[in-house]
Write a protein that binds this ligand. Sequence first.
Ligand code: ZN
Ligand code: ZN
Length: 420
Amino acid sequence: MSGADNTFDMAADHSLLARLPELSDGLADLYRDLHAHPEPSFAETRTCGIVAERLRKLGLVVTTGLGRTGVVGVLANGEGPHVLLRADMDALPVTEATGLPYASRTDGVMHACGHDMHVSCLLGALDLLAGDRKRWAGKITAVFQPAEEVGSGAQAMVDDGLFAKIGTPDIVLGQHVGPFPAGTVGCHPGPALAATDALRVTLYGRGAHASRPEASVDPVVMAASTVMRLQTVVSREIAGGDTAVVTVGALNAGTKDNVIPDTAELKINIRTYTEEVRGTVLAAVKRIVEGESTVAGATRTPEIEPIDSFPVLVNDEDAMARTVAVFRSHFGADRVFDPGPATGSEDCGVLGTASGAPVCYWFFGGVDPDTYKKAAEAGTTARDIPTNHSARFAPVIEPTLSTGIEAMTLAALTVLSAGE
Ligand code: ZN
Ligand code: ZN
């Protein structure tokens, strides 16, 4: 982070946020429109068009089609730090069941993870920042990222030359709406979202008639033995204080009772929070898969292919401390909480890893506070509050939208230089 003159003036911030009430009706309309028109990963063309047009109106220099359907807007405003503000844009293959008047008009596609809210909030924050350039100095890059849900949108933008184009940011800021009371923000320093590795394993045996096991190398037995042995990775190789999950979510082999098949396929999902544990688990899985194959007498080495992968998202401790301080000061300490590490995954961290910049990523609530309070009192939040990816996930527009806009604006201002 550069700039000893990066003094943070709360009074300036509040005056910059003062224009928010003028914008909120228009942004709520935008949110409803985006919600009604969800687009799957790498197909966010309508959304991109809307985003690009709005960015141009705000005076940002816009690039479209980066990482296939990504949009980047740059706002340079004198000497100062460079902040990257990120929102994801894609929807999910879910049929909406919210019954909202602005529910999805596309069958089988839904903004069930709130990325429509992220887009609306970032556009709102940019409107505030672009509209009052005397209050800050530096450079803002807004990254509207495709395909977060498949874990490859951030990487696609990096591979397409994002950082060659914009330079290295001093920080990457991102946020996600979640099943917490609207008006609250959740911040967890350090590893905040798990790494995911999904693997496809093909075990090679030798098929034969079921009556002649002596002519076969049975991949069904090999697979069964591999699945059981994989259960020892977490229990026997990971320290008690560390966390990892190894799930074999799919096991496919054979077609008929009297045929020993040639191959078996496993699909394995792995969750970890540190590179060290991740490395240990991946190495153990490889060793066990290959070992069981050898023990069974396979003549061909099994194949292990990555299906998809999300790195762990690690929040920079200093950046998170600064951000929490400004959130507490603005929202009040009772509206800022620590949700602990989440088992979900996010590819926002890729933007930090690829550029070497620290990442600061937080959650903001989307549930009507009264509804949440009643469910919490009854002990039924898990059952009654629809969570992300649910067909009933329906953030209340306010105060969710305003909170997300304020959070993103304030977090950016803590990094940018103070203005005149
Ligand atoms: Zn999601
Ligand atoms: Zn999401």
